[in-house]
Design a binder for this molecule. Sequence first.
Ligand code: HEM
Length: 207
Amino acid sequence: MPAFFVKHIKPICFTLCSLPLAYLAMLFFTDQLGANPIERITRYSGTWALRMTLITLMATPLQRALGAVWPFRIRRMLGLFGFFYVTLHLANYIVLDQFFDGYEIYFDLVERPFIMAGMAAFLLLIPLAVTSTKKMMRRLGKRWKQLHRAVYLIAALGVLHYFLLIKLGWFEPAIYLLVYLALMLMRMPIRETLSKIFKPRQVTDPR
Ligand code: HEM
């Protein structure tokens, strides 16, 4: 990896993660969001929320594969950008889509399972965002790692949310599901598990 890239990894990551927002702002201010701007913003922010969550999950396998520390240096920023895009997605839904109509939102939550899955993912994300600081990391110690494992469930709920809302054309959510499964597989200690399964059993001679 070029030294320049490694040295400036944080500003590079920040710029790249801000690009989807800049593009959305450009479409908004130039009136290019199409016939249904609210739906466009919801879909766009939802897609980026899911992408950022999965990209965050890539940090550990990447760090292991490259033996480099830079993926860990941007992991928190990636996670927080994921949270940012989910919050934008939710804010757009509550403010522009539902006009703060609590009854409609409640109705959606109980009647539409995809809203329930999305909301569950969002609620699980809050404690992760709150405890993402170095201070909280130190304070929580071992429990920090355990708490942050919730990101696997959050990503699964994000993919489920997508599957549940799609009416036709399962291709896109299926791609996200495959990426999620591949990332989960990479985390498994495959070699150790296989060697446990195929370990020759010790046979004692009865004689
Ligand atoms: C916070 C609670 C959430 C609410 C209320 C919510 C609501 C919605 C709504 C209303 C749609 C549009 C459905 C349609 O067009 O028929 C949508 C789409 C979507 N949402 Fe969410 N969502 C939430 C959380 C999430 C989370 C946590 C993720 C991912 C991490 C996510 C990812 C997506 C994706 C990928 C789409 C589809 C985009 C597309 O059609 O291309 N959402 N969501």
